[in-house]
Each structure stands twice: as structure tokens, then as C-alpha cells.
Design a protein around this ligand. Structure first.
Ligand code: FPP
Length: 240
């Protein structure tokens, strides 16, 4: 079956790296390393099919609590990915964006990230957003802090606050709502990811572990998405 309807904003919770590594008798870090291949595949797919926004949950606020060695492996992998892939991303016209609280980030990782964002800033095919040190509740708390500061400074009144105002204060202020959210590895959770932004997203769960996730798996998810009826609170009849 042909795909005629692609999501504008695709978000993915990349899960199952650790279990994949365990299955192979390898350390967890190897699972993350293999997971980079799947990242490459989904980015390429989005470019090839003109999907304008791809957001990947790469490191949550809770992931800081993992063993120090694994956290370091993930940071090193991020630096390696950015350095190694920057040219290919550029050639594909990919723009890089980050959401999350980078205050805790090791300087080297932050530096590489900002330099890569700068290098790719004029690109216009797919915007790849990496959620790093990201947690939806932290994002909302930060937004509320900034809203309060603006009220105190006289730049905003409580009466003027609408849903659009809140959207403006989120890390994702420059991204549209999520249309399709995929989670791999057979877990049925949202894990503090884009809680505001997925209000009307279609959810797709697959048992495939992230390191084994390919373009074909993504194609199947989008095919499934295209056959869903998105009603946004209306009735089927109203949509006709
Ligand atoms: C979840 O699997 C995955 C992560 C916490 C990290 C995701 C990172 C990558 C895919 C590689 C790096 C990404 C980029 C963009 C360079 P898990 O470790 O929780 O797996 P488990 O549930 O099987 O233990």
C-alpha cells in the first residue's frame, strides 16, 4: 500500500538498547552504539519523504541517575555522532535543534552540540530535534518560572495567558504539535516525554528493540498512522 499521508512532526522514544546488548552478551553501551545506526536510518527516511520535524528522545532528566560509566558512554557517543554525521546531515539539508536543560551537560558535549547547531542552522529539509537532559515536567516548571518572571516585570498579565502563551514558553516553541509518537521495545509508557505536545498525537508501540529498528519498521508505523482517523474531538460525520 502506498503512503500518501506522512506526519508533519514525528517523535520517537528510542527504547531497548540495553536489552538488545544483553541479548548479544554485550555491555549496555554497545546497544547505544548500535542504536546510532537506527538514528541514521530514521533521519534519512524523514529527509527522503519530506517529513519536516523529527524529534528523538536521546537522554532524559532521569537518565542522569544511570551508572556514571553509562552516562559518560552516552555523552561520548553524542559527541562522536555529531562530529561524524555533521557533514552528511548538512548534505541532506538537516537542521539541528535541541530541547532540554543543558546546564548539567559536560562542556565538551555542549560545545560540540552548539557548534553543530550553528553549522546546520540555515538548512531547511528536516528539523532534527534531540531531546537531551529533557523531561516534560521540568520543561513545564521552567515555562511557569519564565511566565511568572514576565508577569512580575509587567510584560504579561495573568488574564492574557492562553494555550498559545504556554506553547511560546516551552522548549518546543518553534515546533508544531506531534502527529505520531512511536515507542520501541514493547513498553507502553510516555516516560515524561512531550506531555503537552502529544495531546492529539497518534501513539504507535512496537516490540522491535531500537537497535533493530529500520526504515521498513518506520514505514510500517506510518502506514498504520495513515489509516487512523484523527478526529480532534469531533465526530466521524463532522470530518466528512
Ligand atoms: C533507551 O534504551 C535509550 C537511551 C536511554 C539512549 C538513546 C540513545 C541512542 C539511541 C544513541 C545515541 C543517540 C544519538 C542521537 C547520538 P535503554 O538503555 O533504556 O534500553 P533498555 O530499556 O533495554 O535498558
Amino acid at each position: 500500500m502506498e503512503i500518501t499521508k506522512y506526519p508533519t512532526h514525528l517523535a520517537i522514544i528510542m527504547d531497548g538498547n540495553g536489552r538488545w546488548a544483553k541479548k548479544q552478551g554485550l555491555l549496555r553501551a554497545f546497544g547505544h552504539e548500535k542504536g546510532v545506526q537506527s538514528v541514521r536510518q530514521v533521519v534519512e527516511y524523514c529527509v527522503q519523504h519530506n517529513i519536516p520535524y523529527l524529534t528523538l528522545y536521546a537522554f532524559s532528566t532521569e537518565n542522569w541517575n544511570r551508572p556514571a560509566l553509562e552516562v559518560k558512554a552516552l555523552m561520548d557517543l553524542l559527541i562522536k555522532f555529531l562530529k561524524k554525521e555533521a557533514d552528511a546531515l548538512h548534505k541532506n539539508g538537516v537542521k539541528l535543534n535541541v530541547i532540554g536543560n543543558l546546564d548539567k551537560f559536560p562542556p565538551k558535549a555542549k560545545e560540540t552540540l552548539l557548534a553543530t547547531i550553528d553549522k546546520l542552522k540555515h538548512n531547511t529539509t528536516t528539523t532534527l530535534t534531540l531531546a537531551l537532559s529533557y523531561g516534560s515536567r521540568e520543561e513545564l516548571a521552567t515555562a511557569i518560572k519564565h511566565i511568572t518572571t514576565d508577569i512580575q516585570a509587567g510584560n504579561l498579565t495573568p488574564e492574557a495567558i492562553t494555550e498559545a502563551t504556554i506553547q511560546k514558553y516551552l522548549y518546543t516553541h518553534n515546533l508544531p504539535d506531534v502527529d505520531l509518537l512511536i515507542r520501541t521495545s514493547g513498553e507502553y509508557r510516555i516516560s515524561n516525554f512531550l506531555l503537552w505536545q502529544i495531546a492529539y498525537a497518534e501513539l504507535y508501540f512496537t516490540d522491535v528493540l531500537w537497535p533493530e529498528f529500520t526504515k521498513e519498521h518506520l514505514q510500517a508505523a506510518i502506514l498504520n498512522y495513515q489509516n487512523r482517523e484523527r478526529r480532534f474531538g469531533k465526530t466521524s460525520e463532522q470530518l466528512k
